[in-house]
Each structure stands twice: as structure tokens, then as C-alpha cells.
Design a protein around this ligand. Structure first.
Ligand SMILES: [Fe+2]
Ligand SMILES: [Fe+2]
Length: 168
């Protein structure tokens, strides 16, 4: 059983994951519009991963006797100036999500809610991966600069990415 407060915080986190899914779909659309289909594929998969995060949290709240309340999701940005800008928006967003997961962990410890603390460890590790992945692509993009052949190659590389749903 989780506290009402933890239930509320997890519900807010589910909303943030759904927002993330929409933000990445919005960035996917930006790249699709420019025929950079590898980058579009990368963000379509990011979006699916965010839906998976939301559903993992959804299941957990139910497993511990809480109630999930789905609320309105804010509209994401729809205008991006450049490939680098889209990745900077992504990195800034992932950092916010990391801070939010950290707050949940802090609260779980404050309440001696070890089950939720344990559940959140998967997300702590996931955020390290997410930030590292985006940081890595950002530095590649900075190296590429305005070299369109190099951008073409990175686009082709990102087209190979496939979505694998992690084991629950
Ligand atoms: Fe997420
Ligand atoms: Fe994420």
C-alpha cells in the first residue's frame, strides 16, 4: 500500500512520461518534415519508450493498491530551429525528468516506502542511460557542424534503431 502523497506524486510522474511521449512525437514530426527519417525513427522510438515508462508506473500504482488518475497532458513544443536545437530540448527535458525521479526517491525514503524506493531504481538507471545517449548524439552533432555528408551518415545510423520493450 502506498501513501496518498506517493500516489499523487506517481500520478504526476505518469503525466510527465505521457508529456515526454508527445514531446518526442512532436520532434519526430519535425524530422519527418525534413525527410531526416533516421532522426524521425530515433524520436519515434523515444516516444514509445516514454509510453512504456508510463505503463510501468501505471502497473506499479495498481500493484500497490493505488489508483491511477489520467489527467490532461500539456501541449509540447512544436517548433524547432535545427537538429541540434531538437536534441538540446531533449536533453533539458530529460534532466527535468531525472530531477523529478530523484524527488520521488527522496519522498519514498522519507516515508520509509522501500517498495517504491526499489521500484524507482529502474528509473534511476534508465535516466542515466537516457541522458548519456542524448549527450553522445549532441556531441556527434557538434562534430558534424554543417557537414551534410556526415549528417546523412548519422541519419542512416539512426534509421537502424529498433524498439525493444524491456522485460517487466
Ligand atoms: Fe521516461
Ligand atoms: Fe526519457
Amino acid at each position: 500500500m502506498i501513501s496518498k502523497n506517493m500516489e499523487n506524486m506517481l500520478n504526476e510522474q505518469i503525466n510527465k512520461e505521457l508529456f515526454s511521449a508527445n514531446l518526442y512525437l512532436s520532434i519526430c514530426s519535425y524530422f519527418q518534415d525534413q525527410d531526416l527519417d533516421g532522426f524521425a525513427n530515433f524520436f519515434r522510438i523515444q516516444s514509445k519508450e516514454e509510453l512504456f515508462h508510463a505503463s510501468k508506473q501505471f502497473d506499479y500504482v495498481h500493484d500497490v493498491g493505488g489508483k491511477v488518475t489520467i489527467k490532461a497532458v500539456d501541449a509540447p513544443e512544436t517548433e524547432f530551429n535545427s537538429t541540434i536545437h531538437a536534441f538540446e530540448v531533449t536533453l533539458a527535458h530529460e534532466k527535468k525528468v531525472t530531477a523529478s525521479i530523484n524527488e520521488l526517491v527522496k519522498q519514498a525514503l522519507a516515508e520509509s516506502d522501500y517498495a517504491t524506493h526499489n521500484f524507482l531504481q529502474w528509473f534511476i538507471a534508465e535516466q542515466v542511460e537516457e541522458e548519456s545517449l542524448v549527450n553522445n548524439l549532441l556531441s556527434k552533432l557538434r562534430m558534424i557542424g554543417d557537414n551534410s555528408s556526415a549528417l546523412y551518415l548519422l541519419n542512416a545510423e539512426l534509421a537502424q534503431r529498433t524498439f525493444v520493450e524491456p522485460a517487466k
